[in-house]
Design a protein around this ligand. Sequence first.
Ligand code: SF4
Length: 225
Amino acid sequence: MVGIEEKIDVEISLIESCIQDFKQNGKSIFLSSSFQSHSIPMLHIFSKIDRSIPVYFVDTGFHFPETIVFCEKISNALDIELNVVSSNIPKIDLITKENRFLFTSDPDLCCQLNKVDPIERVCEQYDVWVTGVRKDQSKVRENFDMIAKGKKGVTRFHAMLNWDYEMINTYIKMHSLPAHPLEEEGYQSVGCSPCTSKPIYDDRSGRWIGMNKTECGLHLGVIKN
Ligand code: SF4
C-alpha cells in the first residue's frame, strides 16, 4: 500500500514533469492563488520548481485584512513574484440603486466583475494557468481533468487536482508551513469577508452561506477534453 508521503512525492514529480513539458514547448505560465492555508503547499512546491513563474492574487477589495497580511507574508517568505490584480470598475459603481453592494443582490455578477474578469485579463497574456483546485473540494471539481481547456484560449493546469485534505495537511506539517490567521478562529475556506462564515459541515460550507452558490466562477469555465 502506498504511504501518504509516497503519494505526495508522486504528485510533485507529476507537477514537475508537466511544467517541464510546458516550458519545453515554449508555453508561458502563470499561477493564481487565493492565499488560504491549503493554498500554501502549491506555492511552496512552485517556489522550489521554478520561482520565476509569476503568481497572481485577485484583490476583490472585500478580503479580510488578515488575508492581505498573510498574502504579503507568504510572498516574502517564499520569495515569489507576486502580482495583484483587481477589477477596473470603481467600488462606487458596484453599489445598487438601493445603496447596497452588489454581493447582497447579485453575488454571481459581483464575482464576475471582481474575480473572473480580472483573472481572464491575465489569461489573455499567458498560455498556461496553474490553479490549486482539488477533486475533493466539490462536486464540480471532482469531474475536472488535470489539464483542460479554459476560457480565453488558456490551458488550465490543475496541479493539485489529485491531492486530498490529508495530503495537504501532511505537506504543511512536513514543511512547517504557516496557517492563515483566521484558521485559529475556526474559519476554513476563506474568501471575501462578506461571503465567508465559519464552516458548518465541510471546508467550503462557510462560503456564500444561505445562497444557491458554491463557486465564484473562476473554475466554471473549464472545457472537458
Ligand atoms: Fe463579491 Fe462575495 Fe464574490 Fe467576493 S465572493 S467577489 S464579495 S460576491
